[in-house]
Design a protein around this ligand. Sequence first.
Ligand SMILES: Nc1ncnc2c1ncn2[C@@H]1O[C@H](COP(=O)(O)OP(=O)(O)OP(=O)(O)O)[C@@H](O)[C@H]1O
Length: 611
Amino acid sequence: MIRSSRGLAAGLAGLGLIAVLAVAAPLVWGGDAAHLSGAAREGVSGEHWLGTDALGRDVLARTLVATRLTLVMTVIATAIAGTIGVLLGTAVWVAGPRVREIGLRLIDVMVSYPAIILALAVAAILGAGTVAAVVAIGVAWSPAFARLTANLAASVAGRDFVSAARLLGVPPHRILVRHLLPNIAEPLLVLLSVAFAGTLTALSGLSFIGLGVQAPSYDWGALLNTGLDALYTNPAEALGPAVAITLTGVLAGFVGDGLAAGADPHRVGIPGRVKKVPLPAAPPEDDGALLTVDGLCVSAGDVDLVDGVSFTVRPGEIVGVVGESGSGKSLTAMAVARLLPDTVTADARALRLDDLDLLAGAAPDRLATEIGVVYQDPAASFNPALRIGGQLTEVLRRHRGLGRRAARERAAEALDAVRITRPEARLRQHPHELSGGMRQRAMIASALLTGPRLLIADEPTTALDVTVQAEILELLREANRRDGTAMLFISHDIGVIASLCHRVLVMYAGRIVEELPVADLAAGRARHPYTRALLDATPRLDTDGDGGAELTTIPGRPPAPADRPAGCAFASRCALVMPRCTEERPAAVAVGTDHRAACHAVALTVEETAS
Ligand SMILES: Nc1ncnc2c1ncn2[C@@H]1O[C@H](COP(=O)(O)OP(=O)(O)OP(=O)(O)O)[C@@H](O)[C@H]1O
């Protein structure tokens, strides 16, 4: 790191000197460079340190004077490459998935051709000359920028803070300028310095073969060309421009390496488990649903990822969604928040938040203020390039119409409410200056800022260590008690779900297989074999004596979405499997108040008890 910052400093200092030389050289040595001394092709001497050329002009003076034209051409060509490339790359990102796919493939094809070949093709069309060479090299280097921009934008676009901005109704061009470009600026800067060195050598190459700068103008490439004629009599004539090109390229490389080494990878917390706490207080009595999800299907092409999911969340209720990885929890939650990736499509009989129809392109303002989202990875939840204050106040200024000062005060209060010390100072900090737990608390503060009616928390504690997990759960409980915020809480940990939620949805292979009050779960009244297996596979930290019952694992793996069977998807792993299970998809049957299970074996016992 120390070495890289020294390299960066040396590179910047060297390029700075060369830039000064570019400005000063024509003024100081312009006369010497044009003076015909009459001593043609003279070797190195005290008067002419690099000798003279075929017309008796001082080679050193000409090399120094050529710095300006060479540098100006290189800077313009690099700027052309960067501008065209970034514009192309962002256009590809903004376009729909089909255009994006075609655009990316075209860029890949262009990148696979060496820049100099493309440049020669463009130069052949435009003809020889300075402008043609600069345009040719600029265009030839642009695919590298386009590919980097498109790839980086795609990776940043999937990050949680971009999803949060989408939820807040921030328009695409603003997401691009505020959230995407600052986050890809660092690698783009690295590429700029690499491209600078590349365009320098390519431009010199074009001049060297006679396609670039034409006499009487000259750059280092043109000087190299004339110097080559006297390579055996006065090698110093070619040495001057060759050293200038190499030195400038190496200095640009130092800058690029220094910038690349300065990039700081983000770190995330260590996953841990949560100690069980007493059962949550009873949910509020209210029959009207706040959130209604009826027959939700999410598919990728022909493959159903979430298959006919129906549930409700009542005002003030915390509903937990539990299931193994890949069961469809996140897609269900993101369909509610309208934050699904554009590679999947969602459909439902009904998807409503109170009177807000989430299927019919719901008003962005209402979505932004009535639904809050907390993500799993606190490191990805905030835009690393912006201060916490700017990110927290954005939604208040945009959707609540608050002024800068009022929004900051409100944001500081929100941080204080999640027990973040010195909230005013925190607002001035960048996300990386906060610990993982503090970032997650700040994310909860951010999600609660607008007083949402529904908070979606997608595995908000999974990336945190055990004590921080407990704090985060307590904050969520507090928000629920204090403001009556309803929650959809996703976790693969049934112990965490049982400690926080009022009601539980158990998902398996894209479907809800059991829905039950947490009291039934805690009292061992879960009926579906999958729910029971999940419970048996969960360690209990509150048991006395020898550490409680032995843990069992669930044999096998859930089927991939494309391989889900026609019958019950759990059948191949189920101890109670019957022939009917592999043939017919079980419907949900009521087994108690607010308690349903989709299992043929359970349905049979219910029928037997009834008869
Ligand atoms: N954009 C996508 N395109 C195609 N398939 C997807 C996409 N996103 C998710 N899937 C698939 O859909 C299924 C459900 O994914 P989802 O992320 O909802 O599961 P999950 O229960 O939240 O799992 P996890 O706990 O690992 O996040 C998985 O099989 C997953 O591979």
